[in-house]
Design a protein around this ligand. Sequence first.
Ligand SMILES: Nc1nc(=O)c2c([nH]1)NC[C@@H]1CN(c3ccc(C(=O)N[C@@H](CCC(=O)O)C(=O)O)cc3)CN21
Ligand SMILES: CC(C)C(=O)C(=O)O
Ligand SMILES: [Mg+2]
Length: 275
Amino acid sequence: MPRTSIPDLYEAYREGETLTMLTAYDAPIATHVDRGGVDMILVGDSAGHNHLGYDDTLPVTMEEALSNTAAVDRAVEDAMVIADLPFGSYGQSMETSVENAVRFVKEAGADAVKIETAPHGETTIEIVDHLTELGIPVQGHVGLTPQRMNQIGGGYVQGRDHETSAAVDALVETATELEAAGAFSVVLEAVTEETGKAVTEALEVPTIGIGAGRYVNGQVLVITDLLGLGSESYSLSKQYADLDSTIRTAVESYVSDVENGDFPAEENVYDPMTD
Ligand SMILES: Nc1nc(=O)c2c([nH]1)NC[C@@H]1CN(c3ccc(C(=O)N[C@@H](CCC(=O)O)C(=O)O)cc3)CN21
Ligand SMILES: CC(C)C(=O)C(=O)O
Ligand SMILES: [Mg+2]
């Protein structure tokens, strides 16, 4: 069975199914995310802080993002694999933007790419248009766009002052422009529920929310938040497991077993060769 395609996604969406997406940065986690049944796996540039130990997403390089995507690609059978284009890998010229996006498809096995767009960001909207024409499906991303954190200044909810504000109008217009440029769906990050609803109503393609309330067409979370693995807790998220304590307890038990001489035990020791 081939992986989930754009038509498969649209069919599920038309049938009223709420779409599911999670991030993954490596093969073992991607295996569980895939077999667990999500529609889309995003190899997020949130790997920066959640996988690679950086402070945020900005330092993530092409090579790191390609390596993460290839690892996820090798593990995934069913879900659509979307590569998040890292900061600086698109936007400086159409040529390098296309070249870099193509590498995710050709070298790393991505089925689609995702690009962040600032309010009315003409440059990235044009890139979405070009990539779509070349056969690379593009997911848009508006609202809080962490690659612009140096401008935004922190984890601030975007376009908060209700439907009347210019900020919300700009979000709706930008998402509409992304759809017109060919984006197959649009991620909405950290916006009020009213904004999420307004953008979703304005678009025909599905909206995927993270901290965008209930009236969107799909949800995405960062996998390490969901697993309780080395991340802060955010009110937009939900923690379904506590891997931090599971892993810490396992490591401490190993250390004390070795120190106490309880590991290796008899069953962990090889017998001599017998004839
Ligand atoms: N691991 C991880 N998971 C995430 O979900 C996540 C990140 N990292 N990094 C940044 C983005 C943006 N996120 C967030 C998180 C909280 C607010 C929030 O509650 N903002 C408050 C202000 C908080 C403040 O004063 O700093 C607001 O009212 O705008 C917004 C966006 C979560 N996101
Ligand atoms: C949170 C999602 C949408 C993302 O862009 C990421 O994980 O990098
Ligand atoms: Mg991202």
